[in-house]
Design a protein around this ligand. Structure first.
Ligand SMILES: [Zn+2]
Length: 594
């Protein structure tokens, strides 16, 4: 039924989008002025510190005060109350609560102990929504496999044992399938329980939780990379490790919660929207500063900043704090449910999510013409060209204007299926940028580097060291990066809110550039989408980003750290030899290097 509805909506979208502009819409002087004012406000030449960044202050307050925010928890509801009241009463923004029922799974006590060949506490965390151990210890020899194929080849050996799946991290999208399927794979082979090597490229004994398939009746947990490797070594040399695990958890009826919609209401077309967002919930063991309160509060800050600048957007600029991204996507599905049938979603110019860490942004990834079966390649013609023009003209000065193909987010994906242009923020691994969250800065580096960014090599991003673990704390965020995310979101949102019409959903690239590009300081993008132009803009963005970083490094606040000094940031020239060394360490070491 749902897919039929979506198909109908997609067809309707195609029908209504046949009339499209024949040339790009110009960048107006108003967009230029507002963009510069946003940059001057959020990224002043005096620099950004923890004290001066409202995003940093609010993320720190919320994580410090309310803690982890798993769906169904009081911590989440308290945090949402605070955001609602502050946005409404302090910021003067329009806040709507969208009621959403969320699943409620609660973790209790849990532990894992190695009993033989010696006694040791395992670094273990139950996977999200896993079965429990029914109030008893499960004690058994472990049987270690390297992955699914190894398990299927040796399925009978897992029977009656605790199965350990020791698969090294490659890409999150690939390795995460082990976390999702662990319980059912163990069940298939008769295991009593399953322990997986934590889904992350690097570990300091911090296991990561995350959603698993709740249908399996046998419990599953993650153990640290170090513990999994150790059990594998023991088995390889002929030892038979014996492990005991105990896990409590409870399911409750679905719990009332809400998405928060924080609006700067449009003056000419208040019922048309541009949407930026992040999710407010987190896993129960994580304070979730990085995943994803930084993204949610940066979105909020984008709207707050525009309001404080006194601008009057034509369309409503909306920041959404989604709920239940981590274990159900109820918030994203609620938005689709409430706004698709009423036609509101058809009045969205784009939907945008930041959920890869609010690190230094290098641009956006765009998907278009999406339906229930995914997105159609080549459907982004006009929209990609228009956004490329905006990025090149208004965002290149801070190095964040690149537009590439392919983007989205768990919370916006349901809405994307109706065909609305769908955007994810692309960010740079913190190890490659000068921030307080760069763990490499305590290394022997005497300068920093902004190397050629290649997304295909970034799957072992620093992000996955921390996410869904106790290590997802404020130390993962940097105030300059947070403010740059907020500035980028504000500029993307405002400039799209001012366009003559909604971004087309299925239009080819126009044959000509805008004929009246008044106010544009550097209009060179033209109508060509992606490809060579995108690459040029990326390089330009990185160049300007480099220049921008260089300008600000001398004003970096180091007030919270004693392990680095401003001189560590002050290198203004790159060293290809040093970068080559860094790159090798980062990308060839399967454990994530440094
Ligand atoms: Zn997230």
């Amino acid at each position: 039924m749902k897919s039929l509805l979506l198909t109908f909506v997609s067809m309707l979208t195609v029908v209504t989008s046949q009339s499209f502009p024949t040339e790009l819409w110009p960048i107006t002087s108003d967009m230029v002025t507002t963009s510069q004012n946003v940059i001057n406000t959020l990224l002043p030449s005096s620099g950004v510190t923890m004290d001066s960044s409202m995003v940093w202050q609010r993320v720190a307050y919320i994580t410090d005060t309310f803690g982890p925010r798993l769906s169904g928890s009081q911590g989440l509801e308290n945090a949402l109350d605070y955001i609602r009241d502050t946005a409404r009463n302090v910021d003067g923004l329009t806040v709507t609560e969208m009621p959403t029922l969320v699943p409620k799974w609660v973790r209790g006590n849990e532990w894992g102990i190695l009993l033989s060949p010696r006694v040791k506490k395992l670094h273990m965390v139950g996977l999200g929504m896993t079965a429990n151990t029914s109030g008893v210890n499960i004690t058994a020899p472990v049987f270690v496999v390297s992955g699914y194929d190894d398990l299927m080849a040796n399925c009978s050996k897992a029977a009656g044992n605790i199965l350990v799946i020791n698969t090294p991290f490659t890409e999150y999208g690939i390795t995460v399938s082990i976390r999702v399927n662990a319980g059912n794979w163990g069940l298939q082979c008769g295991a009593k329980a399953v322990l997986i090597r934590t889904v992350g490229p690097y570990s300091m004994q911090n296991p990561h939780t995350g959603a698993t398939n709740a249908s399996s009746p046998i419990p599953s947990a993650a153990i640290s990379l170090e513990d999994a490797s150790q059990l594998a070594r023991m088995q390889a040399r002929g030892q038979t490790p014996i492990v005991s695990i105990y896990m409590e958890s409870w399911w409750y009826p679905p719990s009332p919660s809400r998405n928060l919609l924080i609006d700067l209401v449009g003056t000419e077309r208040p019922n048309e929207y541009v949407l930026v967002s992040g999710h407010g919930d987190s896993w129960d063991i994580a304070e979730g500063a990085m995943d994803d309160l930084g993204g949610a509060v940066s979105s909020w800050e984008a709207v707050r900043t525009l309001k404080n600048l006194g601008v009057k957007p034509k369309r409503t600029i909306r920041a959404v704090v989604w709920v239940n991204e981590e274990n159900g996507s109820a918030g994203g599905l609620q938005y689709l449910n409430d706004y698709n049938s009423t036609g509101v979603l058809a009045n969205h110019s784009f939907v945008f999510e930041t959920d890869s860490g609010a690190f230094y942004p290098m641009g956006i990834g765009l998907s278009c013409s999406c339906g229930p079966n995914g997105c159609q390649n080549g459907g982004c013609g006009f929209t990609q060209a228009q956004l490329t023009l905006i990025g090149n003209t208004l965002l290149s000065s801070i190095g964040t204007g690149n537009v590439s193909a392919g983007g989205g987010g768990t919370d916006i994906d349901p809405s994307c299926q109706t065909g609305v242009p769908c955007i994810g923020l692309n960010v740079i691994d913190p190890r490659l940028t000068p921030g307080l969250n760069n763990p490499c800065l305590v290394d022997s580096m005497n300068s920093w580097y902004l190397p050629p960014y290649n997304p295909s090599t970034m799957y072992d991003s620093n992000y996955f060291w921390f996410h869904h673990s106790e290590a997802d704390t404020m130390e993962r965020l940097d105030p300059t990066q947070l403010n740059t995310v907020a500035a980028s979101l504000a500029i993307w949102a405002y400039s799209v809110a001012q366009l003559p019409d909604l971004l087309p959903r299925d239009a080819p690239a126009p044959p000509t550039s805008p004929s009246n590009n008044n106010g544009s300081p550097s209009s060179t993008a033209g109508p060509v989408a992606g490809g060579v132009i995108g690459g040029i803009i990326l390089l330009a963005g990185l160049f300007f980003g480099y220049k921008w970083f260089g300008k600000r490094t001398s004003t970096f606040s180091m007030s919270n750290t004693t392990s680095t000094s401003p001189s560590k940031f002050s290198g203004s020239s790159t060293s290809s030899a040093a970068y080559s060394s860094l790159s090798t360490r980062l990308h060839e070491d399967n454990n994530g290097g440094v």
